[in-house]
Design a protein around this ligand. Structure first.
Ligand code: BG6
Length: 460
């Protein structure tokens, strides 16, 4: 099915995701002239179309701003269906709104428990055969529920029609990570166990759970960001070069990288919870859910055997930043008599909130002595016109481009990695808000220590 989608239906139109991400993405797509098809919001909110339009305006006022010209065009495309997802009448009304659309894109911005009834409702009105569907993370709660969800969706949609969204894959710097690896020849000879000592990934957020306590307390850091965003990033760093840029060659190699990751064991994981988390609305007073995790991952294949990958992620940490740090081995001998030979060479990929990639090296300090200092060669690229991930990924889904969406086998492979340490498998230790997690996390420390990311906007 190569046609561009000729209608966009989004379920969960009154929800948080629509408010924070989908309306801004729709306005941006309309502004760029990339969206000119009927857009139908569906929700059970007791609303009419006017309320949907008011909600869209409010969303844009808080997330990126209203562009009156684009908003007028967006409004002209918008319609609304109110109703219960279990009620056939809701889908009958949707069928009328779809009119003659042949290839709708259905966006499930709804809890996974609703995927199956909605997919069946769509099938009952004949709106699935030529359609595509975008589904949100978290895709399941563990390996077995993800497999069940995949089976449920596959009863109605073909795999090529299912777009599992992970907004990290739509981030410009994450895509650049892939590009940098495979558009340059100098990296390949050193991108392996002979030259790389360790890899560390930090996803730090200084905010807490910000009113999402009920969701977060069902998830925790491992389900919220490790199983998806951070293992996807790890797969981009560790995958083999794809033979072609077609979506499946790329996704095959990502899946193989995920499959090479060993399932985590208790001793590879330390979980933390910030003090005060249990007082958040929606959080259980005796919650054992982690708001911080540090883990050590092993990628057991020819290229990476013996190179540990360290991941730490958490809320209420000292800064908000996501960074990948690939540390190379030291030179085989110290030629110069330095007391502190400093960091070995490294590559740093800053993914958010600012964007840069850099190479850490040593250069001689001026003076008689053969002493060195660390220098960082930085490439920066940040264009104000950068597309937000949801805009980019929605556009890709409308065109049927699967490249930056997670495939069924990759999602399941990622669950297989984290499955053994989900829930209460390991203790959860308290940490002070604004620190780098509990002291117990020192047990999971890269060979030369964690690198503290520089604050946003400050290039090393
Ligand atoms: C989401 C998580 O997927 O990613 C949030 O549910 C997290 O908890 C967010 O804050 C981070 O995304 P970004 O794009 O701000 O790095």
């Amino acid at each position: 099915m190569a046609d561009t989608s000729d209608a966009l239906v989004f379920f969960g139109a009154s929800g948080d995701l629509a408010y924070k991400q989908i309306f801004p993405a729709l306005q941006a797509m309309v502004r760029r002239g990339q969206l000119n098809v009927p857009i139908i919001g569906v929700a059970k909110a007791g609303w009419g179309r006017d309320q949907l339009v008011a909600r869209a305006r409010d969303s844009l006022a808080h997330h990126g701003g209203v562009d009156e010209a684009a908003f007028a065009k967006l409004t002209a495309l918008l319609s609304y269906v109110d109703g219960d997802y279990g009620d056939p009448a809701t889908f009958e009304r949707l069928r009328q709104e779809l009119g003659g659309a042949q290839h709708p894109l259905h966006y499930f911005a709804i809890p996974p428990s609703m995927f199956e009834p909605v997919a069946e409702g769509l099938a009952s009105i004949g709106a699935t055969a030529q359609a595509r569907v975008v589904v949100e993370k978290p895709f399941g709660r563990d390996l077995s529920s993800a497999q069940e969800l995949n089976r449920a969706l596959r009863r109605v949609f073909a795999e090529e029609a299912i777009f599992r969204i992970d907004h990290y894959l739509g981030k410009e710097p994450v895509e650049n990570l892939l590009f940098f690896r495979f558009a340059n020849s100098f990296l390949e000879p050193i991108w392996n166990r002979e030259h790389v000592n360790s890899i560390q990934i930090t996803m730090a957020e200084s905010c807490g759970v910000e009113g999402r306590g009920a969701y977060y307390d069902e998830a925790g850091a491992i389900r919220d960001v490790v199983q998806n965003h951070l293992l996807q990033v790890t797969s981009l760093i560790t995958m083999e070069p794809p033979s072609a840029a077609d979506p499946d060659a790329m996704r095959d190699h990502k899946t193989l990288a995920l499959k090479a990751m060993l399932p985590l064991s208790d001793r590879d994981v330390v979980r933390g919870q910030f003090r005060g988390y249990r007082n958040e609305p929606g959080v259980a007073p005796d919650s054992q859910v982690e708001t911080f995790v540090a883990l050590r991952l092993r990628v057991e294949n020819w290229r990476w055997a013996g190179v540990p990958v360290f991941i730490r992620a958490g809320k209420n940490l000292p800064v908000t930043t996501t960074e990948v740090f690939v540390q190379l081995k030291r030179p085989p001998r110290l030629v110069f008599e330095e007391d502190h030979p400093g960091h070995p060479n490294y590559f740093r990929f800053r993914l958010s909130p600012d964007v840069f990639l850099s190479l850490g090296a040593r250069a001689k300090m001026p003076g008689e002595a053969m002493r060195g200092e660390e220098v960082e060669l930085v490439a920066r690229h940040q264009s104000p016109d950068e597309m937000a991930p949801y805009e980019r990924l929605l556009g890709d889904a409308m065109r049927g481009d699967q490249r930056f969406f997670a495939r069924e086998d990759a999602v399941e492979a990622a669950w297989r990695v984290v499955d053994p340490v989900l829930g209460r498998a390991t203790p959860v230790y308290e940490y002070e808000p604004g620190t780098w997690g509990p002291a117990e996390a020192d047990r999971i420390t890269p060979p030369d220590g964690w690198v503290t990311p520089t604050p946003p906007g400050i290039v090393p």
